[in-house]
Design a protein. Structure first.
Length: 115
């Protein structure tokens, strides 16, 4: 599975961005997709995940502000980010997990929120 994230950029606090993660390859075997982020000097952390059955889970600080969604064929997963805060500044990565437990990562996309 190959993943390509896009949609990052510079936005003012309170603004919105939508990230996209396009997948190719054995997409049929994917059962979970997620977004992670890594700020300078910090460890990579889970932001949101969506399962094959549509169940979603979010990191506490983004609940109510971010929404993860996907198209029916698992080709693209989105992360709608509203009410952005400077502390949301990070490189955002998407991943995909297949049924055998293999996790694939895409290149990150930079999100910068100015105060």
């Amino acid at each position: 599975v190959q993943l390509q994230a896009s949609g990052g950029g510079l936005v003012q606090a309170g603004g919105s961005l939508t990230l996209s993660c396009a997948a190719s390859g054995k997409v049929f075997d994917v059962n979970a997709r997620g977004w992670y982020r890594q700020a300078p000097g910090k460890e990579r952390e889970l932001v949101a995940v969506i399962m094959n059955d549509g169940i979603t889970n979010y990191e506490d600080s983004v609940k109510g502000r971010f929404t993860i969604s996907r198209d029916i064929a698992w080709h693209t997963v989105y992360l709608q980010m509203n009410s952005l805060k400077p502390e949301d500044t990070a490189v955002y990565f998407c991943n995909a997990k297949t049924s055998d437990g293999t996790i694939y990562w895409g290149w990150g996309t930079q999100v910068t929120v100015s105060s």
